[in-house]
Design a protein around this ligand. Structure first.
Ligand code: ADP
Ligand code: MG
Length: 286
């Protein structure tokens, strides 16, 4: 494409709220075969809410909220909001630790408390009954965190984040172009699959630790160019590794910096619009 065509293309994008960093990015979009999406905040709204509490509600919420007070994770925000609504005051904690992709722990009253997924469990084990409840909730597209103190599991908290209203149409548009769609998430396989089913995503790669997202993108590049769409701090390496990194405008500054394209309107349908724009710009000239 001529420099003028590139300017026209990126200019049109900007008017639609699709910020394309340069002509090379616009060109790379044309060859994308696979579009990989982060889940929370990209496919879903990013405002998870507590839906179910298993165990003594008051106790489970109090322990969980106390542990999550120093966490910046969206799941922590959901737990803290629910505790606030229930007017439950946090207990003092020491030695707060955030364990990436797993959860948090801290000392309460001299004992180690924890909230997170089962990867966090060392000595404590889920009873068959709790395990069954967790599976049921996960199949309903709810993220389940285990709450425990010392060796004892005191309950479960289920947290749900709804797909954005436009996610399903956005995925359908990409699939009708013959592109493969993949969800890449740190969340549990069952939850990820349930959300993928809601929006029509082809493949799910779940239980991925934050540091391993870029590696997963690299593996997908074996079959052609990959676009990665994400919003979080831990999405930055995947955004730069992908042939085209697409950041949500609502994302963290780090994600926005890492993206070659920024979707100002946070509308996933703009991924398909960027593709259309690239095709128009490059296929016409050839
Ligand atoms: P995602 O790819 O969905 O952003 P993360 O890597 O941030 O996932 O988290 C993966 C999983 O780790 C969560 O689904 C949850 O089970 C657990 N987890 C992480 N941080 C927390 C936290 N602060 N409280 C409870 N669970 C957490
Ligand atoms: Mg995350």
């Amino acid at each position: 494409a001529t420099p003028t065509a590139l300017m026209v293309g990126t200019g049109r994008g900007a008017k639609m709220g699709i910020l394309i960093k340069n002509g090379e990015v616009l060109e790379a979009v044309n060859d994308v075969k696979t579009v990989v999406f982060d889940k929370t905040g990209t496919i879903t709204v990013g405002k998870p809410q507590v839906t179910d509490i298993v165990g003594d509600q008051q106790q489970v919420l109090q322990v969980a909220a106390s542990l999550e007070e120093s966490s910046e994770h969206p799941l922590a925000a959901a737990i803290l909001a629910r505790a606030k609504t229930a007017t439950i005051a946090a207990l003092p904690v020491d030695d707060f630790k955030a364990i990436e992709g797993k959860g948090v722990s801290a000392t309460i009253d001299g004992q180690t408390g924890f909230v997170g997924n089962t990867k966090l469990l060392t000595t404590a084990k889920l009873s068959d009954e709790l395990e069954q409840q967790a599976v049921k909730l996960q199949n309903e597209a709810k993220t389940v965190v285990v709450v425990g103190v010392a060796d004892e599991i005191i309950g479960l908290i289920a947290i749900q984040d709804m797909p954005k209203p436009t996610s399903k149409a956005a995925i359908a548009a990409l699939k009708s172009r013959g592109l493969k769609t993949v969800m890449l998430t740190g969340d549990n396989q069952r939850v990820a699959q349930a959300v993928a089913d809601q929006v029509g995503i082809d493949d799910v790669i779940a239980d991925v630790l934050p540091g391993d997202k870029a590696e997963q993108v690299q593996a997908l590049q074996a079959t052609g160019k990959v676009a990665f769409v994400g919003d979080g701090i831990n999405d930055a390496p995947a955004l730069t590794t992908a042939d085209v990194g697409i950041a949500m405008g609502s994302g963290t500054d780090i994600a926005i910096d890492a993206g070659g394209i920024v979707l100002v309107k946070n509308d996933l349908r703009d991924v398909d619009r960027a593709l259309a724009l690239s095709k128009k710009t490059f296929n016409r000239i050839k």
